[in-house]
Design a protein around this ligand. Structure first.
Ligand SMILES: Cc1cc2nc3c(=O)[nH]c(=O)nc-3n(C[C@H](O)[C@H](O)[C@H](O)COP(=O)(O)OP(=O)(O)OC[C@H]3O[C@@H](n4cnc5c(N)ncnc54)[C@H](O)[C@@H]3O)c2cc1C
Length: 482
């Protein structure tokens, strides 16, 4: 039984069946109304929907699912959907964690997986042109076969697509040196809600007015379907150095890393685990107990990597860090895709989720203490901790993990309470409510505070102008299901 808190599914549009007939004629076997396909296309990794799933409730059932093979075919699908005012929901691999693909008003899921071709590698400019339905791991493997790398490795790299990354502004584990997906993106192709196709110019920089292609970064399918992208790639690094240090306080660890970044030392991987997470990830390391672990991966040309490693050490020693050698980093490499704990907790009736927020350096340490305190104060919380997983010249991302054991009947209420506690505290203390997972359904209620009244009105005006019938992924990024 489709089930979705907060949204009454509207009556199907009167022309739905006619639209589905036309789509079937257009796509043949690449169109399906089979229940199994619709169930798979109606759920992502949003933990709340996993809790519902355990209770036998399905978040949503779209009316059909389609698999286009080109931008032109995607445009034809959208023109049919627009004619009959049927919602369309772009779908990568459903690894989003906020309900972004939930079909709140039913409609057609556009599964992008058949658009997975690498079109061109420009070896001189170090650019790859690629369709957005490609799986992350496959893209990286194909680039590596030719001696290149994208260096975008979210923990979900094996179960997510390029289109999902662009649409959610994803961040990979090597982001401190190579950037988030938005830093890697040079150009894109988007099918707009009227079925026209926008292709942005491939140029390293441009001053030809505002960058309208940026509108589609983080739009989560609400403004169009991203079908192709041009991304910066890299030659594989000559040298990689793995280092780890422990610190006595959050403040010391953050200061050391801030000084690295502001002195232009850019390790590829920077992760500072708080004492709670250090205990969990490095239980056998005596020197790490009750301390914070900093994991660094420094890479690039050998000369530069050696110099960066020395400078990083100087920054750490200034804050009395203890050098723990490369072993904790080896351990991190081995366990970095392991998510078994979270699945295990939910299957055992607990509530578990992660939240990623960000703030400037001047605010990040107090924000860490404030948010952890707020989470622990929610009745039912049994554990709250975090790590700083992506760092910049001007600030850092704080990635929180929280687990609770409320009464079975209160699981959903508790779930909303922890999100309210963490995100309201974050925004009140000067941070942004999302660093890289995006908004989906779950964060929609925070968008007005995040953007302010004028900013939120601007977002709504852009949506109205591009998609007056609200067919593109309704209900997401705070834009309401109406
Ligand atoms: C175990 C796990 C680990 C994760 N680790 C990370 C991490 O390290 N870093 C990180 O950033 N995220 C992470 N995520 C979150 C998730 O993987 C990302 O949000 C990812 O970008 C989603 O990609 P997807 O292809 O699965 O998109 P989906 O979940 O299918 O879709 C996400 C949103 O994008 C829209 N969309 C998808 N494709 C297109 C397109 N072509 N055009 C327009 N809109 C589109 C959808 O409509 C939806 O709104 C993790 C998730 C899990 C489950």
């Amino acid at each position: 039984m489709p089930y979705l808190t907060g949204f009454e599914k509207k009556a199907a549009p009167p022309g739905l069946n006619e639209a589905l007939d036309k789509l079937q004629k257009l796509l043949g076997p690449r169109f399906s109304t089979a229940e199994a396909d619709r169930i798979l296309g109606g759920k992502d990794f949003w933990p709340l929907t996993s809790i519902w799933f355990m209770e036998g409730k399905i978040a949503s059932l779209p009316d059909a699912i389609v698999w286009p093979e080109s931008a032109d075919e995607t445009a034809a699908i959208i023109k049919i959907a627009r004619e009959y005012k049927v919602p369309v929901i772009p779908f990568g691999e459903g690894s989003g964690v906020l309900g972004g693909i939930t079909a709140v008003n039913g409609g057609i899921v556009i599964d992008m997986k058949r658009m997975n071709r690498i079109i061109e590698i420009d070896e001189e400019s170090l650019l790859v042109t690629v369709e957005t339905g490609i799986n992350g791991e496959i893209l990286e493997r194909k680039l590596q076969e030719k001696g290149f790398t994208l260096r975008h490795t979210p923990q979900s790299v094996r179960c997510s697509t390029l289109g999902g990354w662009i649409s959610c502004r994803a961040a990979g584990q090597f982001s401190t040196k190579y950037g988030k997906i938005e830093d890697m993106l040079t150009a894109l192709t988007v099918v707009l809600p009227d079925g026209s196709i926008f292709r942005s110019t491939i140029a390293p920089r441009s001053a030809a007015g505002p960058r309208i292609d940026q509108l589609f970064l983080g739009a989560e399918g609400t403004l169009g379907v991203v079908t192709q992208a041009v991304l910066k790639i890299h030659r594989r690094p000559e040298k990689q150095i793995r280092r780890s240090f422990t610190f006595a306080t959050v403040e010391d660890a953050l200061q050391a890393v801030r000084e690295m970044l502001q002195n232009n030392v850019k390790p590829a991987v920077v992760r500072i685990y708080d004492a709670n997470e250090t205990r969990m990830h490095f239980p056998d390391l005596e020197a790490a107990q009750d301390k914070l672990m900093l994991v660094l991966v420094i890479e690039g040309a050998a000369l530069l990597a050696d110099a960066e490693s020395q400078l990083a050490q100087i920054c750490c020693e200034k804050y009395q860090a203890v050098d723990c050698g490369p072993e904790p980093v080896e351990h991190w490499f081995q366990s970095r895709f392991n998510i078994s704990i979270s699945s295990h907790l939910i299957q055992n009736g607990l509530v578990f989720d992660t939240m990623e927020v960000a703030a400037p350096w001047s605010k990040i340490a107090p924000l860490y203490h404030g948010v952890i305190k707020a989470l622990k104060e929610v009745p039912g919380t049994i554990s709250a901790g975090g790590h700083f997983s992506h760092v910049y010249h001007d600030g850092a991302c704080l990635y929180l993990s929280v687990a609770g054991a409320p009464d079975a009947a209160a699981r959903e209420t508790y779930y909303h309470q922890i999100w309210d506690a963490a995100l309201k505290t974050t925004m009140d203390m000067g941070g942004t409510c999302s660093h890289h997972h995006g908004v989906g359904l779950n964060r929609g209620r925070f968008m007005q505070q995040e953007l302010g009244e004028a900013g939120f009105s601007l977002l709504k005006a852009v949506k109205k102008a591009l998609d007056p019938d609200n067919i593109m992924n309704p209900g997401k990024i705070g834009l309401g299901g109406e």
